[in-house]
Design a protein around this ligand. Structure first.
Ligand code: F6R
Ligand code: MG
Ligand code: MG
Length: 392
């Protein structure tokens, strides 16, 4: 090493020193960055599609514990919302890391084996491929990831939902990052006053567009109001700092048939120039309508609940959302705090039950049932096919 060093010094002493300094600086930058990967899949329900057997959670924890001991990951937390297993992982390998995605895939396969032994319902439901092929995206499980340099203090909220689809995050993300009636920080905090940039995915064309709030507000709403077609992928500050990331997978589009809903996850960073924890949670104080519920074929009220209550049973619902708060400290997940285990969401839960009662009375009629265009990937087309020849 020292011979090479001397030689290089002789060739170009100053250039060499600059390269070394640059490399050191770059190394430090990577060292300070942390990636949060939230990867989820339905690998078997208990009972039916209503919840998760504790043995699956135990299996996932044991596997992630080993990865933590090996140093592959920094920290993790395992949770569930209904029949979906959610792996929350912090690591240094960046987004779309083949190692992390393969690790999650292998855990889902192990948990599927446990589910098969217990004959749990729909074992391996979301694993649409026989073998892992480089990136878990497009293989069934949902993924939300973000990489950032930890601030002096880093409060993060992880959301997970069941019996609904990724477009369910559109309305709360709009309210949190663009609506001053929700987020007063947009008006009175100079560090948020210039607004945010939304990246929106057209899930049918697989193209994205970036729109700014407040400048492009009406264009943004044109798109994201159609939440089965346009899905907010992430939200950044105008300087590019990541603030929110969602999972955008549509398993039915991948499989070409009804497999289940896409039960999405989302990561939001909070405070100090980003919306406060309370501003991030505020949209869920209203039980707004989302698609999903029974057989992924209905509109239903979104009910914010604690993990304790994340077991949808009435008409396989109504759709649920949980929120886990963490302080991310040198990559360690300090927490979770179960954010919806708070009586101030009681009214939203009551509202959800009242709406559920009302809309259920419509039975198989729209608007309880989804419009035909959204039923394309359900089992309905098979029934319609049988009727085809009867039309004269
Ligand atoms: C919705 C969901 C359930 C099932 C329903 C029928 O996302 O998972 O509502 O669609 O329980 O399930 P199968 O067809 O498996 O009997
Ligand atoms: Mg299921
Ligand atoms: Mg589910």
């Amino acid at each position: 090493m020292s011979t090479i060093l001397l030689l290089l010094r002789r060739i170009d002493r100053w250039r060499f020193l600059i390269i070394i300094r640059g490399a050191e600086y770059h190394k430090e930058e990577i060292m300070n960055e942390i990636t949060i990967s939230v990867i989820k899949a339905d690998v078997g329900g208990y009972v039916g599609h209503s919840s998760m057997h504790p043995n699956l959670i135990t299996k996932a924890i044991q596997s992630l514990e080993k990865q933590k001991d090996k140093g592959t990951i920094v920290d993790f937390h395992v949770t569930h919302c209904g029949d979906d297993l959610d792996l929350i992982i912090t690591h240094k390998l960046g987004e779309d890391s083949g190692d992390i995605h393969k690790m999650a895939w292998d855990i889902f396969v192990e948990c599927t084996n446990v589910a098969k032994e217990l004959k749990l319902y729909g074992a391996g439901q979301d694993l649409l491929s026989d073998a892992f092929s480089g990136n878990i995206k497009g293989m069934g499980p949902g993924v939300a990831e973000m990489t950032f340099e930890e601030r002096k203090s880093e409060p993060v909220i992880i959301f997970a939902a069941d019996k609904t689809s990724p477009g369910s995050w559109n309305m709360p993300l709009y309210k949190v990052f663009a609506d001053p009636f929700n987020t007063i920080g947009l008006v009175i905090d100079p560090s948020m006053h210039e607004g945010f940039t939304f990246e929106v995915l057209d899930i049918f064309e697989n193209k994205t567009v970036k729109l700014n709030a407040p400048e492009d507000l009406y264009d943004l709403l044109c798109l994201i109001g159609a939440s089965e077609h346009y899905i907010i992928k992430n939200v950044c500050k105008k300087d590019g700092t990541i603030a929110a990331a969602t999972s955008t997978q549509k398993v039915n589009l991948i499989a070409g048939r009804y497999v289940g809903k896409d039960d999405p996850v989302m990561i939001i960073r909070c405070q100090s120039g980003l919306p406060a924890v309370g501003e991030v949670l505020e949209p869920f104080s209203m039980s707004y309508m989302v698609t999903g519920w029974m057989r992924g074929s209905h509109w239903g009220p979104f009910m914010p609940v604690s993990v304790e209550d994340a077991h949808p049973t009435r008409f396989d619902g109504p759709p649920r959302v949980i929120a886990l708060g963490f302080q991310v400290t040198n990559g360690t997940l300090i927490g979770p705090r179960d954010m919806f285990a708070d009586p101030s969401y009681d009214l939203a839960r009551q509202q959800a039950n009242e709406i559920a009662n009302y809309i259920r009375r419509h039975g198989p009629f729209e608007p309880q049932r989804l419009p035909l265009s959204d039923m394309e990937y359900t089992t309905l087309p098979h029934v319609l096919n049988k009727l085809k020849d009867k039309f004269k």
